[in-house]
Every structure is written in C-alpha cells, then in structure tokens.
Design a protein around this ligand. Structure first.
Ligand code: SAM
Length: 412
C-alpha cells in the first residue's frame, strides 16, 4: 500500500501517486460519477441507506458550510473512509516561495487583488525553485496571457517577454501596459492551438501558463515537448473545455487506465465555488432550486421519469415570477402548456430538493481533488516520459484559487 506523506511530487512519486489515485477512482467510480442534480435516486443510496438519509436530512446551510471542505463532516459509514483516503492521496506540498523585489505599484492597476496575489504566488513559487531554467531565464513566454500581467510580473525589470493571446482587445491593452514597464515585450495575436505558436515556443526560454483552459493546456504540454522548449510552469484550469468527447490521456499510464472521462466528469474538479460572492451563490441557489422544481413538473408532464436538460439562462430570467419562469422554460423546451399549479408549494419542493441535492453532492465533492490530481499527474508523467524533470505541488492556498496545482518541468 502506498504511504503518502506531504511533499512535492516528482520522479517515482509521480507514478506511484498516479497508480494509487487511478485505483481509488476506478474502485469508487459508481460513487462519484452519478449526479444528484440529474438523478433522483443514486445507485449507491441503496447500498448505504443510512448515509443517504443522514445527508438528506441536513439543511441547505449545512451543505454550504461543508462544501469547500467536505472531508470532516461526521457522516455515517463509509463516508469517513472515502474522505480519509481522498485526503491521503491528495496531500502535496506547497512550493517554496522566494522573496522577490517589489514591483512598481502601478503595475497592479486593473488587476483584481485576488488575481494579483495569484500572480505573486506563482512568481514566488517559480523563483523558489532552485532550477536555473526558472531563476536565470532570459525570456518568458506567457501562454494565453490575457493582458500579460503574469508575464510582465516575471519579466520585470529587464527580461524578454512574449505574450500569446487571441483576443485582440487584450493584446492591444497588454501591449500598451508593457510599454510602460519593459523594453523587450511583444504581445502577439495568436490562436495558440494553431501552427503560429510553434516559433514562439521554439525561441522562448521559459513558458508560463496560469489558468489555461482544457485543450489550451493539453496542447501546450504536447507542444513544449515537440518544440524543444526548455522549461514550463503550468497551472491548468477548466479541464472540461475540450473538443474531444472523452479525455485523451497523454502519458502511457494514463492511456493504459480504464478510466474513461467524459466532459461531465472533467467538470467535477471545477464544482468547488470557494471564490463565488454571496450574490453569485444566491443566484446559483435560486437557479438550481427553480430548475429542480421544474424537473418535478416536466417529469409529470411528459410522463417520462428522466431529467430534461435545460439551457443556461440569462440572469434577467430571474426577474420573472416562478410561475412565469416555468411557463417560459416549458415553451423554450416545446412542452405542452403547463396545467394550473400551487406554485408556492412547487417552488418550496424545489428548495427542499436543492438542500438534499447539495448535501448528497458532498459525496462527489470528496472526489474533486483526486480527479484533478489524476489529470495533472497524467500531464506530469507525459513530460517525464519526454525527458523533462518534473515537480508538482501547490503554489498558493485554495482560498486564493481552487486551481492551485502548479507543474514545473525543465529539460534534464
Ligand atoms: C482564463 S484566462 C487566463 C488569462 C491569464 N493567464 C490569467 O491568469 O489571468 C484564459 C485566456 O486564454 C485566452 N484564450 C482562449 N483561447 C485561446 C486561444 N485559442 N489562443 C490564445 N488565447 C486564448 C482567453 O482570451 C483568455 O485571455
């Protein structure tokens, strides 16, 4: 059995951890794949009725309190065992943080405090690594750079910077900001998935990518290997933003795994909402409660006991009354006219179901991090197979961003 202690993952521990996570995720597949929002009855509930009833008796406030840290709730067997194993398998150290000179105060203009702190933590972690590819690089390539705040932070005061970004407004704003602080900055309008990113990757010293989504980061991982890039610092994001119907594993171990991950599965790590505001949470809850109430209605109306997917709706829809909202959604889904209802009872049922759903979701929540670590390890192992020396750890606290896994790779 794997003994886990907290440390950065590198060398053999990358492989060991991947194997252990793979086994855990496969063994508990039926527990984390099913979504309480869509399925009124989950298959594990028959096996663990005490756990199911305990969770469903809790309030919405209880669910909200436990959402970010589901591991410690005193739920009946076998919840504690799953929680303990998940935590054990996800323990990774935080990268050492170098002390860096203060950047000009105005450099932070237009950047939220949270994003700025992420950038600082990323830069400190990259410089905290003793590897010279990071500490003494002559140039940085910021992949999916936005306005290039991260790259500029790293390149200041006199290193070279190239930013790749496909939104022209961000490219021109980024260019204007860089002119104030750097002498060698280039902001290139480029779709990173296209052939145009090849030359920048070949000429760059170190590539950095903070919160590059799905295909954008898996493509980068493949390309740094193909284009002989020297070093990479990557924080992946939005694993489900991918063209493929199923996750295309990169490493040999990943490809050999029996785990087949569709886009819904890939969205699981993103269900943590630690950075949402109170207003955003309220809107999310209202939307979910109304959709759950509508679900009860549509099952009856269609005579089909199945979830009917509904599109995401503009927030102005929630200015309508609940009855109007249901009627308009029914029209949108080409359902027959809605029969008369006691709308307040139906809405209350939606909120009650929401409390149950959010508490049942705590079980899936235990598997968010294991799945995320499995995905990032697949990329780490691929880079290792390609001859890179790789380290994987956290670069900041999850409260700053739940997407806090940083992968550092440089050529051996
Ligand atoms: C989540 S943001 C991250 C931006 C920045 N790295 C940060 O952390 O603030 C992702 C960025 O990728 C850009 N992007 C999306 N698809 C792209 C593509 N195919 N090529 C280049 N940039 C892309 C978006 O415009 C956006 O600026």
């Amino acid at each position: 059995m794997l003994t886990t202690h907290t440390s950065l993952l590198s060398g053999d521990t990358l492989d060991e951890r991947f194997v252990a996570l793979n086994t855990f995720l496969l063994e508990q597949h039926s527990i984390w794949r099913e979504k309480p929002f869509i399925q009124q009855q989950l298959s594990w509930e028959a096996d663990f009725p005490e756990l199911s009833s305990w969770l469903q008796a809790r309030s919405l406030a209880h669910a909200e309190d436990s959402h970010a840290d589901p591991y410690s709730i005193p739920a009946p067997h076998p919840f504690g065992g799953w929680a303990q194993r998940a935590q054990q398998l996800c323990s990774v150290d935080t990268f050492s943080q170098a002390v860096l000179g203060a950047r000009p105060l105005r450099m932070q203009n237009g950047v939220t405090e949270r994003k700025w702190q992420q950038i600082e933590a990323f830069a400190r972690a990259v410089h905290g690594d003793t590897e010279q590819s990071f500490t003494q690089t002559q140039g940085w390539l910021d992949w999916c750079a936005g306005k290039g705040h991260l790259g500029r932070y790293l390149a200041w005061p006199d290193a070279k910077l190239e930013c790749l970004e496909f939104n022209p407004d961000l490219v021109s704003s980024g260019r204007a900001i860089s002119q104030k602080y750097l002498t060698h900055a280039q902001h290139t309008l480029c779709d990173v998935i296209s052939i145009e990113s090849t030359v920048p990757l070949q000429r760059s010293g170190t590539v950095v990518a903070l919160h590059a989504c799905g295909d954008l980061h898996t493509h980068l991982v493949r390309q740094v290997s193909a284009q002989q890039t020297v070093a990479l610092a990557l924080v992946p994001c939005c694993y489900n933003r991918t063209q493929a119907d199923f996750y295309q594993a990169l490493s040999k171990q990943g490809q050999a795994s029996a785990l087949q991950l569709d886009r819904d599965d890939l969205g699981l790590p993103l269900t943590a909402t630690v950075t949402a505001t109170i207003r955003e949470r309220r809107l999310r809850d209202q939307s979910m409660a109304w959709r759950l109430a509508f679900d009860l209605l549509q099952r009856e109306l269609r005579g089909v006991d199945e979830y009917l997917s509904t599109p995401s709706l503009p927030s102005t829809w929630f200015n309508k009354s609940f009855a109007q909202w249901c009627g308009d959604l029914a029209k949108l889904k080409n359902l027959p006219a809605l029969p008369g209802q006691n709308w307040s009872i139906l809405e209350a049922q939606g909120w009650q179901r929401l409390a149950q759903v959010r508490n049942l979701e705590l079980v899936r929540g235990l598997f968010r991090r294991p799945l995320e670590l499995w995905l990032v390890l697949d990329q780490a192992l691929f880079l290792q197979e390609q001859g890179f020396i790789v380290k994987l750890g956290e670069f900041c606290a999850a409260e700053l961003t739940p997407r806090n896994l940083l992968l550092l790779a440089h050529r051996a």
